[in-house]
Design a protein. Structure first.
Length: 232
């Protein structure tokens, strides 16, 4: 089982589309959309959100992501009625990028609070540690550094290079670590920033990390790259 996600938007199409996108990055995560009103208009519905929470409910907890102000209010109202409020949390994060980061963290086995932090880390403020199973080892000597600072250089071997799925995997995993990480000078926890690299096959990702989990962060990125992100 994994943490489940609920997407609350004023638009049914936006909620469904965001959930569909995130599902591409996290096929094992339950993502339930609750967009629009019950009669198909733009707006939010407490009834739809409550139904989504009931559908998403599970032993590992639920993280809710929202778009605009009244969606937050509707989600907060739903939380008041939740049967197990301790297992349901509301993330303060941008809907699409936050949802993707949360989905990737959940796919990796992070608990409900780490998934919430991963979503919120797209603002650059979260810390936390994902389970060790999400960290892949890299070849000996690939990581260099002393003390709290580590670096690594890794050549992209997957055919498509740095597209949405690899960017989401990197950003989602790094968001849950207690480290500040840059990839080619850009924020490693930002899926959008990583995609702007437009790095193709054969490009080298230069990773720099500072903090408690700096070495683990570099190893995490290196492991993903060297495995080709699980792609051809």
């Amino acid at each position: 089982m994994t943490v489940s996600l609920v997407v609350v938007s004023h638009s049914e199409k936006i909620a469904d589309g965001a959930a569909e996108l995130a599902a591409q990055m996290a096929p094992d995560v339950s993502i339930v959309a609750a967009g629009g009103t019950t009669d198909g208009r733009i707006g939010t519905s407490l009834e739809k959100v409550m139904a989504a929470l009931e559908q998403a409910a599970g032993p590992d907890g639920v993280v809710i992501l929202t778009d605009l102000g009244s969606a937050v209010m509707t989600a907060e109202s739903a939380l008041e009625f939740a049967g197990e409020p301790d297992g349901v949390v509301l993330a303060d994060a941008p809907l699409v990028e936050g949802l993707v980061a949360a989905a990737v963290a959940a796919q990796g086995g992070a608990d409900v609070h780490a998934v919430k932090r991963a979503a919120e880390a797209v603002y650059g403020s979260a810390t936390g540690v994902p389970p060790s199973s999400s960290i892949s080892a890299v070849e000996e000597g690939s990581v260099t550094g002393a003390g709290p600072e580590f670096t690594g250089d890794f050549e992209l071997i997957n055919q498509a290079g740095m597209h949405a799925r690899p960017a989401a995997k990197i950003a989602g995993g790094l968001s849950s670590l207690d480290a500040r990480v840059t990839v080619n000078g850009l924020d490693g926890t930002s899926m959008t920033a990583l995609m702007t690299l437009a790095a193709g096959k054969g490009s080298v990702l230069h990773v720099e990390a500072w903090g408690v989990d700096a070495e683990r962060a570099v190893n995490y990125v290196g492991g993903l790259v060297q495995a080709g992100f699980g792609e051809p």
